[in-house]
Design a protein around this ligand. Structure first.
Ligand code: UDP
Ligand code: MG
Length: 318
């Protein structure tokens, strides 16, 4: 039987954690009793520098029940980095790792399906939401447009898959070799390859606390997804530049003819308009290029993506 770790990034989740822990105890006990996972399996909470009682709760769970363990990051590093920290820590103890959110929006019963696929030899199993009914119309629409845009940009991504998935230790070890600092896990995991499959589930609404992904964070996450995985925006700008250059050649010809006919004052509007249009375009181009230069800058610095403050697994061994 394989040891399964469930990795859960938590940021200010004191309201949600007791509910989550209770649901997971039940789930894990059942899976262990049914001998589908090893009794050494655990739930690993990653405290992403929470400002509330999240870490105190994790420590309390750990003391009261063998099933729970935790890792505390030195400060808030965001969902993706917290998740990565959890994966990289858990891989030293587990054979398979399931990642999920603290808010139980992802149906924990889908884990049964994950394990079945694992038994069939999959190294990665993606949890895919069957519908987005619990989302607002706005979120549904933006998400759909976003996935389509990513696809057009040539990014390989599983539609309606968030970060609810099972990975084998082998897959996580492979993920470790991706040295990038700008992290968009759901875009990188498919690059790992290996035998993989999907399991569909219904996504519920958050049960307690509020979303830790306000619109601002969501937009920056979306931009991150595109700029860290695709260079098509640069190609698009280049294409636009070429087109505009040809248009300006035709315009030049047009102005020359007008000039030859002696009607020079005519055309002032065109000039002003093109000055503005080109000015705007150049700014846009500089902006996009700047975005990539920013990435190169961060990449060359190769800062650590996370620093673990406490790992409860360590003091257990002593
Ligand atoms: N999260 C985190 N660090 C952050 C923001 C969020 O670890 O800086 C965690 C959060 O605790 C939750 C998961 O990421 O377990 C997903 O966040 P949330 O449910 O708020 O996002 P939503 O489902 O609204 O997109
Ligand atoms: Mg959520």
């Amino acid at each position: 039987m394989e040891i399964m770790y469930i990795v859960i990034p938590c940021y200010n989740e004191e309201e949600m954690l007791p509910i989550t822990a209770k649901a997971l105890i039940q789930k894990m006990d059942t899976l262990i009793a049914e001998q589908r996972i090893s009794p050494l399996s655990k739930v690993m909470f990653v405290d992403d520098g929470s400002k509330d009682k999240t870490w105190e709760l994790i420590e309390r769970f750990h003391r009261s029940c063998d099933l729970f363990t935790g890792v505390k990051l030195s400060r808030n590093k965001g969902h993706q980095n917290a998740l990565l920290a959890g994966l990289m820590t858990a891989k030293d103890y587990a054979d398979i790792i399931v990642s999920m959110d603290a808010d139980l929006q992802d149906d924990i019963n889908a884990i049964d399906g994950f394990l079945e696929k694992r038994a069939e030899g999959c190294e990665i199993v993606y949890g895919v939401r069957s519908s987005r009914e619990t989302d607002t119309g706005f979120k549904r629409w933006t998400a759909q447009t976003y996935y389509k845009t990513l696809e057009k940009m040539g990014v390989e991504i599983t539609y309606n898959h968030a970060d609810y998935r099972l990975m084998s230790r082998r897959a996580v070890e492979a993920l470790e070799d991706f040295r990038e600092v700008n992290l968009f896990l759901r875009g990188i995991v498919p690059m790992i390859g290996f035998k993989s499959d999907i399991v569909t589930y219904e996504r519920a609404a958050r049960q307690a606390g509020e979303s830790k992904y306000p619109l601002k964070k969501m937009i920056s996450f979306a931009v991150e997804g595109i700029t860290s995985l695709s260079i098509k925006p640069i190609r698009f700008i280049t294409g636009l530049g070429i087109t505009i250059f040809f248009v300006s050649l035709i315009m030049l010809l047009y102005f020359l003819i007008i000039h030859a006919l002696g009607r020079t004052v005519h055309g002032w509007t065109t000039t002003v308009v093109s000055v503005w249009a080109l000015g705007g375009l150049q700014l846009l181009a500089i902006g996009v290029i700047g975005e990539y230069i920013g990435k190169i800058y961060l990449e060359t610095k190769s800062r650590p993506k996370f620093i673990i403050d406490i790992n409860l697994e360590d003091d257990e061994k002593e």
